[in-house]
Design a protein around this ligand. Structure first.
Ligand SMILES: Cc1ncc(COP(=O)(O)O)c(C=O)c1O
Length: 416
């Protein structure tokens, strides 16, 4: 596939694209899903905003910062189809989850459905509000691979069983992933959001991995709360996340650090302070301002669709290659909906007696980093160990082959 823009041919995605990023040439970058990275053009823009701010900090913080923020939120609103007034920048997805869960006016006994595969910081925030406010958590176990309908059915069964209980509080909120971290799989979040809506349950969708990896249409999805990182898959600097709150709930939501604009609202539909309360405090928010440049870069190399196509295809092909090398399988279902741009491969059985209890994943990850100059998430699901690998415009099959070889060598060493 050779893309073209104007007269200039755009090179094929793969290793050649590493020149656009700061990655060291010997590094095997198959773990984009954890921390992302960003191209030189974005780095230059970041530094430019930082320098501009220091020329006249008062002018910047009092007037110009807001104009830049608004322009960047407008870019996101066009990309995900929503009103820019319903969006706020926060530093990361953990902060977005905290913003919603720690300010929503839960009452003691309120029930929240969540997934046992929730990202640890989100899970811990749920435990915090359980301990502090007495909400009840209903975690749903997901043992992969699963068909989409099985996931929806499990959630439906819990809702129906709970709502059939007479005299007990109903489920008030569902906290679900669009794409989980471990396993790195896409969930049927559109169907789950609609199921929650049918049962009058608020939806909080963890879309940390969404922007830049899959398409999303907020207007059609109509979640109550949604957040997505720009620093994972959209190529902004780290510390750039979007929080969406539907107008009907904005009155309830306050930032994790309360500011001058705070007002208590009895009615969630009061939107008067949402934007001011969620406006960034005195921090360096240049990261937030790089959305526009990141999107321009993505457009210049072929656009969202082409990027998605490649990162998905290489994840599928690369995962298959690693599974063949290891003699195992890729985590996939019959309709092949689990793999977006992250692919999960089962590790073969290996001897864990040389590794301290509970330290298998950290042990392998550290070996990958320091002995093989690569990283990937290792985790357990459904009684097996798996590795999560990320497709990206700058990887190709050679990188996946290198991962297969590294894993074989680590496993051989453990089995000695
Ligand atoms: C599904 C999911 N949710 C939330 C987070 C937290 O993201 P952040 O590091 O931006 O707080 C992650 C991070 O990897 C994640 O994978």
């Amino acid at each position: 596939m050779t893309l073209s823009k104007g007269d200039e041919p755009i090179p094929k995605f793969g290793r050649a694209y590493r020149k656009d990023f700061s990655l060291e040439s010997s590094y095997i970058p198959v773990n984009h899903g954890s921390f992302g990275t960003f191209p030189h053009v974005v780095k230059e823009q970041l530094r430019k905003y930082q320098d501009e701010c220091e020329l006249q900090p008062d002018r910047w913080y009092r007037y110009e910062k807001e104009l830049h923020l608004k322009r960047n939120l407008d870019c996101i609103s066009r990309l995900i189809h929503c009103d820019a007034k319903d969006l706020a920048f926060v530093q990361n997805s953990s902060q977005a989850a905290n913003t919603v869960l720690r300010s929503y006016p839960f009452k003691k006994g309120d029930k929240i459905i969540c997934l046992q595969t929730a990202y640890v910081n989100v899970e811990k925030t749920l435990l915090y509000i359980r301990d502090k406010y007495g909400v009840q958590l209903l975690p749903i176990e997901l043992n992969y691979p699963l068909e989409d309908e099985e996931v929806v059915q499990k959630i439906r069964e819990v809702i129906e069983a709970e709502h059939a209980k007479i005299g007990e509080p109903k489920i008030i909120m569902g906290v679900i992933d669009a794409i989980c971290s471990a396993p790195g799989v896409r969930l049927p979040f559109e169907s789950i959001a609609s199921l929650l809506k049918q049962h009058n349950i608020l939806s909080l969708i963890d879309g940390a991995h969404v922007l830049g990896q899959i398409e999303i249409d907020i207007e059609a999805l109509d979640p109550d709360f949604f957040f997505t990182n720009c620093h994972k898959w959209l190529y902004t600097p780290r510390g750039c996340t979007i929080l969406y709150v539907a107008k009907r709930n904005q009155g309830y939501i306050h930032p994790t650090t309360i500011n001058f604009a705070y007002e208590h609202h009895k009615d969630g539909a009061i939107t008067s302070t949402f934007n001011l309360e969620l406006s960034p405090p005195t921090i360096d928010c240049s990261n937030y301002l790089c959305v526009e440049t990141a999107l321009k870069y993505r457009e210049s190399i072929g656009g969202e669709e082409k990027i998605r196509q490649y990162t998905h295809d290489i994840a599928v092909k690369g995962g298959q290659l690693v599974a063949e090398m290891l003699g195992t399988r890729v985590m996939e279902n019959s309709t092949k909906t689990l793999t977006a741009s992250m692919v999960n491969v089962e590790l073969p059985h290996f001897e864990t007696s040389k590794i301290q209890n509970g330290q298998v994943a950290p042990y392998i990850i550290k070996k990958l980093v320091y002995e093989h100059n690569m990283t990937a998430l290792i985790y357990e699901n459904n009684g097996k160990y798996w590795i999560r690998l990320s497709g990206q415009i700058y990887v190709d099959l050679n990188d996946f082959k290198a991962v297969g070889e590294a894993l074989l060598s680590i496993i051989q060493e453990l089995n000695k």
